[in-house]
Write a protein that binds this ligand. Structure first.
Ligand code: CP
Length: 305
């Protein structure tokens, strides 16, 4: 494949091959000398129309570890502010002959559209509420390193499913690898048709977390909600925030994940976020490895390779 636009379209062997490649990248990243030459002479542009800490910085580090020249395009100081469209911006960057474009955009489908307009490889770094494929891959890598075969796991994805591209990509990936997937949320934060995605739907944390191996919490995306539908933080935490009592319904060896950024005291109690069952910091480390793996996989399909 020339682009990575979503988990949709990747076969289970392709997902497993990316995870295996990322495992090697973890080892490289823990060495003193971290550089490889896979992307030497190549240009990678990170084009983020939405805020990011983890994804943008890890794509930059990953590209540099593979020897690429990486340019971070600052949208806030670009001509996008003067009304230039996504496609014109992409065509302008494309005229500078990059090899890889990493794109985050607030509109679902925007990255697919852009991929049709440029000559280089495109990686989706999150498009609206649609997909965030490298997040699902790094989550799977983190789970696999701790729990082994993903196909044997029960994973509870909890909270704001409605606005979450992370949930969507995780559901697609976990289903592809045979995991039992539950979504746990108030009915107002569940998308219509979610039960057709091959998940069990639960509207109480006690039921949804029962005997789960992995509890994945999601950020309450208040910026994507209309005024009157924004739940009160105190009430949300009481019913949906992961605290010690709610976590006690999961397996005793259950592990807790969160893609970040976290809202402490909203969807997760700081005691759990920083506690012994939390994998949240490790997810960040796996993020660099997975992005190295994806960049390497695409490098094999770049012209003159
Ligand atoms: N998980 C994630 O995508 O984080 P950022 O928004 O900080 O990139």
């Amino acid at each position: 494949y020339r682009h990575l636009l979503g988990i949709e379209g990747l076969s289970p062997p392709e997902i497993t091959a990316l995870l295996d490649r990322a495992e090697e990248a973890v080892a490289v990243s823990r060495q003193v000398e971290k550089k490889k030459a896979v992307l030497r002479g190549r240009t990678q542009i990170n084009l983020f129309f939405e805020a990011s800490t983890r994804t943008q910085s890890s794509f930059e580090i990953a590209g540099k570890r593979l020897g690429a020249d990486v340019m971070n395009m600052s949208v806030s100081s670009s001509s996008v502010k003067k009304g230039e469209t996504l496609i014109d911006t992409a065509a302008t960057l494309n005229a500078m002959n990059p090899d890889i474009l990493v794109v985050r955009h607030h509109a679902a489908g925007a990255v697919h559209l852009l991929a049709q307009k440029v000559g280089c490889s495109v990686i989706n770094a999150g498009d609206g509420a649609h997909e965030h494929p490298t997040q699902a891959l790094l989550d799977a890598l983190t789970m696999r390193r701790h729990k082994g075969d993903i196909g044997r796991l029960t994973v509870a994805i909890c909270g704001d499913i409605l606005h979450s591209r992370v949930a969507r990509s995780n559901i697609l990936l976990l289903n592809a690898l045979g995991a039992r997937v539950r979504v746990v949320a108030p009915s107002t934060l569940l998308p219509t048709g979610i039960s057709q995605m091959g998940v069990e739907v639960h509207t109480s944390m006690a039921d949804g977390l029962k005997d789960a191996d992995i509890v994945m919490m999601l950020r309450l995306q208040r910026e994507r909600m209309a005024g009157s539908f924004i739940p009160s933080v105190r009430e949300y935490f009481r019913y949906w925030g992961l605290d010690r009592e709610k976590l006690s319904h999961a397996r005793p060896d259950a592990l807790v994940m969160h893609p970040g950024p976290m809202n402490r005291g909203v969807e997760i109690d700081p005691e759990i976020a920083d506690g012994p069952q939390s994998l949240i910091r490790e997810q960040v480390e796996m993020g660099v490895a997975v992005r190295m793996a994806v960049l390497e996989a695409l490098a094999a399909h770049l012209p003159n390779n």
